[in-house]
Write a new protein. Structure first.
Length: 413
């Protein structure tokens, strides 16, 4: 089986010939049908006067720079097909995401491999070209013979992305399904890297990514995006989808986001949230953003003050997936008033019968829910804290502020 390479820019405009060598038109576009084959060119679209013809890949004998030669003349008029990904219309000059390079790029050209299979040529997409080489081919096309262009480009380093690493941006959810476009490549990226990409995209492309991602991944991504863009994204989504994402976020982050929306929009999203998450977020919405209550979250572990290490370890194992966000345990009395803070690290090597209160930090530090955020940051800095419990006017534990919350505040101030 022979194999070589052809570029889309070289093929556009080549003549198409019937079995007797008569010209029937020129090549205007080529298309994949991803649900059938994700890399093989399935259709060639030929301009024949005022109409376009559609040619299946198995009706083609040869494809080269001298033209497209057919082996079957049963041609049909081209009709728009939403299952097709057309190279010129849908890919050339469009933005795509390079999932491995973690960036948004513009497609300048497409490279195909050409195989001889069963007595006819088959083209498969190898990569998309984004560098100077592809610009040179585009600029000189029709002015300089392809053979000379290839010699000129040999001096320029190639700059391309393998087709498997490309994520196409398509805002229509139904068409994404028809084109078999998934976000698996993006979902495997670190949320911080993906956030950098999302922040460079236009409104429709951002919306498309969030609409088609699973809610957990979307929540992790949204947490990394700049606050102003977070608000725009949530505003653009259907209330049900927005609620699914906020349900997966830290309640304090979700409350901060809803605080930035119009009241009616915020209520729409809250109505779609799960009851437990909704209740936590609504409690946090009662606090001003610039106060400790507005910074805290309710994702803490509190135990009766007589709890032993062994009992606490049982509960910690149940919360294993959240351990990376837990720095301290809190001990409360029968009225839920805060009595002790126990650094998590101290319990791992303590005997099981040890009372948690015997491992408590001294002195007990806390902050009132109405304390200004400036005082909160001062306390984190002065005492080198990883977390700080928040209490109400009666001393009841109502939340905890994490060092990540303070860092985020300082970063955005």
């Amino acid at each position: 089986m022979a194999e070589d390479f052809l570029y889309l820019s070289e093929l556009l405009g080549v003549k198409v010939y019937d079995l007797k060598g008569r010209r029937i038109g020129t090549l205007r576009d080529a298309a994949l049908v991803p649900l059938i084959d994700p890399v093989r060119i399935d259709r060639y679209l030929v301009g024949a006067g005022p109409v376009w013809l559609s040619i299946r890949y198995d009706q083609v004998h040869t494809v080269d720079l001298d033209g497209v030669h057919l082996k079957d003349e049963r041609l049909t008029p081209y009709h728009s097909d939403e299952y097709m990904l057309r190279m010129v219309r849908d890919l050339l000059d469009q933005q795509i995401i390079d999932a491995l390079g973690r960036k948004v790029v513009r497609v300048n050209d497409v490279t195909f491999t050409r195989h001889s299979e069963g007595g006819h040529d088959v083209l498969r997409i190898l990569e998309v070209d984004i560098g100077v080489r592809s610009i040179l081919r585009r600029v000189l096309r029709g002015l300089v013979p392809p053979a000379i262009i290839r010699k000129l480009q040999a001096r320029i380093p190639p700059h391309s992305i393998s087709w498997e690493s490309c994520n196409i941006l398509e805002s229509d959810p139904q068409r994404r399904v028809r084109l078999n476009i998934s976000n698996k490549l993006l979902e495997n990226m670190h949320p911080a890297d993906l956030a950098d990409i999302v922040e460079t995209l236009g409104h429709e492309d951002r919306q498309a990514i969030f609409n088609t991602m699973d809610s957990e991944t979307a929540a992790e991504l949204l947490s990394e995006v700049e606050p102003e863009i977070q608000t725009r994204i949530i505003e653009s989504l259907e209330a049900e989808k927005a609620a699914d994402i906020l349900d997966e976020m830290d309640p304090s982050e979700a409350a901060d986001l809803l605080n930035e929306l119009e009241e009616d929009r915020s209520e729409q999203i809250l109505d779609e949230m799960e009851p437990e998450g909704k209740e936590e977020v609504e409690e946090l919405l009662e606090f001003r953003d610039d106060r400790a209550g507005g910074m805290m979250n309710t994702g803490y572990l509190a135990f009766p003050q007589e709890t032993a290490v062994a009992e606490a370890m049982v509960e910690l194992r149940k919360s294993e997936e959240n351990l990376e966000d837990i720095h301290d345990l809190f001990l409360v009395d029968e009225d839920e008033k805060l009595r002790f803070t126990v650094p998590l690290a101290r319990i791992f090597f303590a005997p099981g019968e040890t009372k948690l209160r015997d491992l408590a930090a001294d002195p007990l530090l806390s902050v009132h829910s109405d304390e200004h955020q400036d005082r909160v940051t001062e306390m984190f800095d002065k005492y080198n804290l990883l977390s700080l419990p928040v209490v109400d006017e009666d001393g009841t534990l109502v939340g905890v502020i994490m060092v990540d919350d303070v860092v985020a505040l300082l970063r955005n101030s």
